[in-house]
Ligand binder design. Structure first.
Ligand SMILES: O=P(O)(O)OC[C@H]1O[C@H](O)[C@H](O)[C@@H](O)[C@@H]1O
Length: 508
């Protein structure tokens, strides 16, 4: 592991704050749960086992070998899970160039892709620490039903990863499913080296023992030489401002920045003092944003292999939490959007209401200010806080409609401000916490779209089309309650709407 970059010169190891971070590092090595203050202690005391995972997860290896042997004839592996239960496996699969379909959405058009494979050759991993996440529960119900309809026994095709005694654990064990429990004293975003990261990885044929060895070696290295991690934490806490750009560019670890985004945004995005990762496609030099990369040139370049990156960033995040005097292990504002979604689902009684937009421009319905797309974007961009950012949240199909993500760099270039892009509802389990709990200077652009299909959720009165709409509008309500600038474009024809939107941003 090696650290370099333009900002290294700002590290002052004689600074009292650096010395204090070094002391926190030593306490972290002893799993001291008092580091983050009395209010955080109860949670921290049941959240620090990620420190041991590079070694303790070795106990899982025989079970993982058996699982791989049992399912090796099934070439199609699907992972249902949100946030910490899927971002880790996604980067592992992409870095090792293995096929893994990540179902982390409720958009019916995207969900439909997951069902396209040959079910007889499919194994589905259902991962949820809490066992009560609505997206994952809905996806699980869908697959259980699909296997049954296809004349296949669901328990031969589904593997459950969850905490011991979660509702999912109890239900699945009772129904005869294979359940692998994760260590309950590890939080979701710190869980990549636990069963959550390792079960799907093993099923797609990754040698997970190498991941654990690499993480363990990195940990040994920074325990011996604390500057390796304290330098990074010092820069993030005391040199960088609110925004950190992260890029995978040049690193051969595609998806690592999305994983880090959840870790950093959800851990620090509270008390209005957090650090917001802005995941960018290519290394860029914006003097106003502290840049992080894993190769090439940036303010901070952290060169290390994938599993080393995991433990390094987890460690650094825990240190930054101490420096910013916040609890890095909770996510107090994530539940707000969930509650608003549940309330809407109840209110709608299973039927998605028809919403009439005040103005429509071609395939784009405008829910917010503005009489047409150009006017609406103009008013929206005028309202951005001078030190603020824009969060674009697209509740669309991230496989077939990926080109909408180009809007991020286009808008950022036009307005000269940080712009984040998140797929809904997946970002709700990542930057969603920051939007509500971090610095109060965000402007929010939601993009929803009429799906080409609806898919029923077995056991529910609503389908995926209604669920994804309730998630978008529920989060919208949580944002609106804070009086943040909020605009929603609904694409009545997704393809035409995306063209129109990209075109309109080009013309700003
Ligand atoms: O694994 P689960 O319990 O289903 O949770 C999935 C995600 O849900 C919540 O939104 C948390 O804020 C995330 O940190 C977590 O990763």
């Amino acid at each position: 592991m090696k650290i370099s970059g333009h900002a290294i010169k700002y590290i002052d190891r004689s600074d009292v704050r650096y010395v204090a971070l070094t002391q926190v590092h030593a306490r972290l090595a002893k799993k001291d749960s008092t580091i983050w203050g009395p209010a955080a202690q109860a949670e921290a005391s049941v959240r620090l086992n990620w420190i041991d995972l590079p070694e303790s997860s070795r106990d899982l290896l025989p079970a993982l070998d058996a699982l791989y042997a049992k399912h090796r004839d099934k070439g199609n592996v699907v992972l249902c899970g949100m946030g910490g239960s899927s971002l880790g496996p996604e980067v592992i699969a992409q870095s090792f160039k293995k096929k893994l379909f990540i179902l982390d959405s409720t958009d019916p058009d995207y969900v439909a892709h997951a069902l396209k494979g040959d079910l007889a050759k499919t194994v589905v991993v259902v991962s949820s620490k809490s066992g009560s996440t609505i997206e994952t529960a809905s996806q699980r119900a869908l697959f259980e039903d699909a296997f049954t309809q296809a004349g296949l026994a669901p328990h031969n095709h589904m593997v459950i990863v969850t905490d011991p005694d979660s509702p999912l654990d109890k239900q699945s064990r009772a129904a005869g499913f294979t359940v692998i429990n994760a260590d309950p004293n590890v939080g979701g975003r710190f869980s990549v080296l636990s069963a959550f990261g390792l079960v799907p990885s093993a099923l797609i044929g990754v040698d997970v023992s190498i991941l654990l060895d690499n993480a363990s070696d990195a940990k040994t290295a920074f325990l011996k030489d604390p500057t390796l991690v304290v330098d990074i934490a010092y820069l993030l806490a005391y040199h960088a401002g609110q925004y950190l750009s992260y890029t995978d560019d040049g690193s051969a670890m595609p998806g690592l920045s999305d994983w880090a985004e959840q870790l950093v945004a959800e851990s620090t995005g509270k008390n209005q003092v957090g650090r917001l990762p802005v995941v960018i496609e290519k290394a860029a030099s914006n003097p106003n944003v502290f840049s992080v990369a894993y190769a090439g040139s940036a303010d901070l370049v952290v060169e290390a292999d994938l599993a080393a990156q995991f433990i390094i960033w987890e460690w650094v995040t825990a240190l930054v939490g101490a420096a910013l005097e916040l609890d890095p292990f909770n996510q107090p504002n994530v539940t707000e959007a969930k509650e608003q979604t549940s309330a809407l689902l109840k209110e709608w009684g299973g039927v998605l209401p028809v919403f009439t937009a005040p103005h429509t421009d071609g395939a784009v319905e405008i829910f917010g200010e503005g009489v047409d797309l150009a006017n609406s974007l103009k008013l929206f961009t005028q309202g951005i806080h001078k030190d603020g950012y824009v969060a674009i949240m697209a509740y669309l199909d991230r496989k077939d409609e990926a080109r909408i993500s180009e809007i991020r760099s286009m808008l950022s270039e036009k307005i000269g401000k940080p712009v984040t892009f998140g797929w809904g509802p997946r970002f709700l389990h990542s930057t969603g916490q920051f939007h509500k709990g971090g610095q109060q200077n965000g402007s929010f652009l939601q993009i929803t779209g009429t799906p080409s299909t609806d898919i029923a959720i077995p056991g529910q009165i609503f389908g995926f089309k209604t669920l994804v709409a309730a998630q978008a509008l529920g989060d919208g309500k949580a944002l609106a309650s804070r009086k943040y600038p909020l605009l929603r474009f609904n694409l009545t024809n997704r393809s035409a709407g995306i063209d129109q939107l990209l075109d309109a941003v080009k013309k700003i």
